[in-house]
Design a protein around this ligand. Sequence first.
Ligand code: KG4
Ligand code: ZN
Length: 344
Amino acid sequence: MAIVLGIESTCDETAASVVRDGTVVLSNVVATQFELHARYRGVVPEIASRAHIENILPVLNDAITGAGCSFSDLDAIAVSQRPGLIGSLLIGVTAAKTLAWAFSKPLIGVDHVHAHLYSVMLDQPVDVQFPAIGLVCSGGHTALYQLNNWHDVKMIGSTIDDAVGEAYDKVAAMLGLGYPGGPILDDLAANGDAKRFRFPRTRLGRESLDFSFSGLKTAVLYHVRGVPGKPQRTTPPDEQETTDIAAGFQAACVDVLLEKIRRAVEQRAAKSVIIGGGVSANSGLRAAMARFPLPVFFPQRAYCTDNAAMIAGLANEAFRRGEFAGLEMDAVTNSRISREVVAS
Ligand code: KG4
Ligand code: ZN
């Protein structure tokens, strides 16, 4: 039995969580910063790192108190060490190293994107059959993975331009809706007519496992503002049209994600599918995957967006194998595990 503290600060959430045995979440504290970034409609790195500095100690204290334990009860300290914004990552990594040193605890560095996949294991009984296909779809990432187990994870496809969550946020901005745009468009889409406007589905090559969302985003922009060189629209979409655009846009995103998962499953003879990241909260995607012919695992909604429980959870796997980092561990802005090299 191991009790692990996880720390997350890769982007704009400062989070800490205590998890027992990799699956039982004893506390899950997230200080979100979105009011600070909302007026810029995106994350401003300098603002994010300052907010992490202010939030990290209260968040850590709340996570420890909430779990009913003390720092000395912990078996290991884990931190999301890659990938992310350097100024943000450094706050979490420094806090984790300081705690590991002060309390003489083993230190574990975790890949944030892999942890999004692991989040399906938290607080729900799940028996993932490997090899599995994993989709991480969030504001910063849209990529497919082959998982042979929790520590053998290879990227097999990724976006060549925007992440799907980023497209949600940008389309919401075009429609004058709030930030983050994903949940707002998702709610609107539920009441819209997805067939009224047909937006493009970019599938790339027939076998491709890569994604592209910039064409879809531009198609929505032209719809809302008018095509350059042609007479421009003079009135913005009304409420009904906005709702139908949301539904049409969501249908295009879901179709593409589903098609890429289907291809990956077929090419890799996978036995199950794991979906994580902020967009895994999407109700259209969940409804579409309910009809998929293999077992499909989504995280509980609290663990879809950035959180530290997934960091502590995945760290438990490293703990069991005795894979610890030294105090020289660095923050890394890019994912260390690069794309699988496909033999030609
Ligand atoms: O995983 P996350 O918290 O941060 C990153 O690692 O990027 O994901 C945030 C993203 C945002 O782009 C947000 O708009 C999107 O997830 N998102 C959603 C939904 N909830 C959050 N997108 C579509 N539908 C949702 N229900
Ligand atoms: Zn994330």
